[in-house]
Structures are given as C-alpha cells and as structure tokens.
Design a protein around this ligand. Structure first.
Ligand SMILES: N[C@@H](CCC(=O)N[C@@H](CSC=O)C(=O)NCC(=O)O)C(=O)O
Length: 280
C-alpha cells in the first residue's frame, strides 16, 4: 500500500502533511493528516493519535487545535485521520444529518446494509492505518498514545480499552461518555449495528469497562458550558464506570468552556505534555 502526499507545509521546523491512500478496510480512498516534528528527521518519534468528532475531516484538528508548536517541542508525531469513508458509492444519511453517515463513522465496523460495505472505521483505525503509518513514516510504533474529541474522544477510549498495552497513555476532550445512553450514540449504533444492544457493548466505553476492559489511567477535560454536556456527553457515566472499576480518572470540568475547537486549543497543550511524559 502506498501513500500519496497531497500537501505539505513547514511549521515549527517540522512538516504538516496530508496523505491519501487506498484503504482495504473501507474500500475507498482515505486521507489523514500527519505532523512530523523536527526530531523525525533524525529517526523514529513517538506517535499521538487524535480522533476527531462529528462533521470533521483530518483538517479540523490540524488547522484549529494549534497542537504543532508543542508537538515540535516534545518530538511527537500527530496523526489525525478522517472520521468516515467518503467518495463515490459511499452512502450518507438520507437527510444528510450531521450525526450519521459522512463525517460520523463512530469508529465502528458496521454490520448492517448499506453501511457495512464501507463504514469500517474500527478496522481502519485499529489495524490498517497503524500498519501503514508504521511502514511509511518515521514513527516509533512501540511508543503510541491516543486522544480525541467528542465522538473521537469516545473512539479513543474504546480503542485503548480494546487494545490493552498498545497505548502508553489515553486522554479525551469532551468525549461522549456512553453512546448506548445518548441520542447520538443510540442513533449511530442502531444504524450501523442493528437494534440488538448486545452487539453495541464493544463500542461503548462504559460497557467495555463493566465487561472487564481496563486502561491504567485516563485524563479527560470537559467544558462546563458545553451545550452537549447533559444531553449527549454525560461524563458522569464514565466517572461512575471508572470508579466502579478502580480506573484512575482525572476528569477536569473547565468552567465557561464550550464544545468547540476554542476549548480544544485551550487544553491541548496539557494533553500533549501528559502523553509525552508517558512516551518518554
Ligand atoms: N453541526 C452540529 C454540531 C457539530 C459539532 O459540534 N461537531 C463537533 C464535534 S461534536 C461530536 O463529535 C466538531 O468538532 N465540529 C468541527 C469544528 O471544527 O468545530 C450542530 O449544529 O449541532
């Protein structure tokens, strides 16, 4: 599998790049963003995966979070994938809703038609893309960490919970706490997996924890003025699941902050430093 370089720009003595490639998992052309810090010119560097939220492409985090300056200082490669398959033949929600279909892959492998043909973001993010990054970029795949925002924050939690030992650290910004218990999640899991909630559990962080999955610890930031806080995100569900399982969770409620990239930009430095410490 080969990567095509779509664009690159010099930033903080490193390179911000966008790549595309054919994906066997999704059966489409996929794009992802990679920030290569200056240290990558001398050899492999640790990798921080950042999974974005609903409506995002690989560009949102890259262009709005302002993560590159600190990533350059810390020598972290940043990988920001797209959030769904796209292109000819890829179905979208009939109403073009923002919370299902394009831009809303929810990091699951769909099992229902017509979604199962292309919406295989779990396999893409968990298996195919790491293999490609490890083979094609100066990435030290023995030193990986994962984070994300909202739908992607929850994606990061579930991927880490299902792959113990792969990530040295895990964090999230305003993650969905439990998709089995919020309207965004119930819509997505019903649509991609069907109505049997037993099949949803491997895609719900709280259910995974209740079923025995573990991570050593978690850092979560949550804006207290987030308009999705009580209706969709429900951090108290994650808080309870972690408490019941004795998983150390640092949940910081940030007064006045909403759900936007202004919130992410305000706290991403803390997350990068948290991961860099674990990746040393
Ligand atoms: N358009 C929607 C809200 C969509 C939204 O807020 N998306 C967030 C992620 S939400 C959870 O996954 C986002 O990151 N948007 C991209 C950005 O650059 O801000 C609505 O109108 O409610």
């Amino acid at each position: 599998m080969t990567l095509e370089l779509i664009s690159q720009a010099r930033i903080f003595d490193g390179w911000q790049r966008t790549y595309s490639h054919q994906s066997a998992a999704t059966g489409t052309t996929m794009r992802f963003a990679a920030y290569l810090p200056p240290q990558a010119e001398a050899g492999p560097v640790p990798v921080l995966w950042f999974l974005s939220g609903l409506t995002c492409t690989e560009d949102n985090f890259t262009q709005k979070a302002g993560a590159q300056r600190v990533a350059a200082e810390l020598g972290l490669m940043l990988i920001a994938p797209d959030t769904s398959p796209r292109g000819p033949g890829v179905p979208d929600d009939a109403e073009n809703a923002y919370d299902f279909g394009l831009g809303a892959g929810f990091y699951v492998d769909a099992t229902t038609t017509p979604w199962s043909a292309h919406y295989r973001m779990r396999s893409y993010i968990e298996d195919e893309l790491p293999e490609l990054v490890g083979a094609s970029l100066p990435a030290d795949m023995t030193r990986q960490a994962i984070s994300g925002h909202s739908m992607g924050g929850h994606g990061a939690l579930t991927i880490a919970l299902r792959n113990p030992g792969r990530f040295r650290s895990v964090s999230a910004l305003a993650p969905i706490g439990s998709p089995m218990n919020c309207p965004w999640g119930e819509k997505a899991l019903t649509g991609y997996l069907g109505p049997d909630r037993a099949f949803w559990r491997e895609y719900d962080a709280c259910a995974l924890i209740a079923d025995g999955a573990r991570v050593p610890e978690l850092l979560v930031d949550q804006g207290a003025a987030d308009n999705f806080l009580t209706s969709q995100l429900k951090p108290e569900l994650l808080e309870k699941a972690c408490a019941d399982a004795a998983i150390p969770l640092t949940l910081r409620r940030q007064e006045g902050y909403d759900h936007s990239y202004f919130f992410i930009a305000s706290f991403i430095e803390d997350h990068l430093r948290y991961h860099a410490e674990a990746l040393r």
